[in-house]
Design a protein around this ligand. Sequence first.
Ligand code: G3I
Length: 354
Amino acid sequence: MARDSVSEQNGGSGDTAALRDAFGRAMQIGCAVGGRLPEVLSADERDLLLRHFGVLTPENCMKPGPIHPTPDSFHFEEADRLVAFADAYGLRVIGHCLAWHQQCPDWFYAGSRGEALTRLESHITAVAGRYRGKLQGWDVVNEAIADRGEGLRDTPARRAIGDDYVLRAFEFARAADPEAELYYNDYNIEEPGKRDRTLRLLEQLENAGARIDGVGIQGHWQLDQVPFDQLRAAIEAYRQLDLKVMITELDLDVVERPDCGADVSVLRSYTLAEDIYREGCPAPVLARQAEQYARLFEIFSAGGVSRVSFWGLHDGHTWLNSWPGPRTNHPLLFDRDCRPKPAYAAVLASAGRR
Ligand code: G3I
């Protein structure tokens, strides 16, 4: 496995200041975890996770397909284990996600509007109801806004139910777990066009009586292309709707990829020559990544972002090693051996400058 030789200079993770404390109570720091807990984590990974992160998001196991694979069966085991692990160590959990067009079985939205609505309701009632009172919040609807053009993305849910599937999902979630915070979550919603479509959707939902507590800007950005100014403006615009703003899936990709946001249906292959950092990430790239992470956290702090969750624990556990095709990536704050990268120190330093 490739190693980040530069980060070896930063010492082991045991003597590092905890990220989860760096920004005080104002901003929670979390990460996504995939697989069965606790055995998916090595001892070093478990220490890293417990030291730096205060809130967990299940990377896959609570999504419609994994948790509800057939109309009459649920696979709760992995999600139950994550919730139990979090409970044992005093971590919070974000449910992810109740309605999404990816990782969702074909039968889910088949048939008439009434049938699809009934299925959506029974899914949300079963899943959010099972964890009632145990989660901090739910990503209720994920990626419903079209990337281009007006309105909602063309999905099976929209085709079967209509645009109000979003409203109904929020209503069903509220009924299933009245205490949980409920979020709308999407990528590229700092980009002005998609931001304005998102603002309109959120206003419509609130006018229709839905209680929405927050909006999640996913934050799957690429090195040297981070839209800092757009992000600053978007955070402010969402805050003006009186919503919590969270960065829910943060990573900073260092290997070039097509301009496709985080749409997992867009794929490409990488040749060996294009897998440029398979032997490790060069020091100048790590330095640019550190500087850009620090600028991001300055914007998050100044904008009153209430939670920042990284989409993975370390560079060995990130979807960006396999999407949009297999390659070796280095997008997070810790390397494959759980050692802090320059970006970790830069983020901590940004906390000190608040
Ligand atoms: O679990 C199966 C396994 O049984 C099978 O053998 C294997 C073969 O391909 O696939 C495994 O499922 C994979 C799953 O991750 C678990 O590893 C899926 O193929 C793969 O598509 C899936 O990718 C996930 C992706 O969402 C799916 O859409 C990524 O791990 C996950 O990081 C990613 O997360 C999304 C957020 O939920 C929403 N925002 C974008 C973000 C990144 O795409």
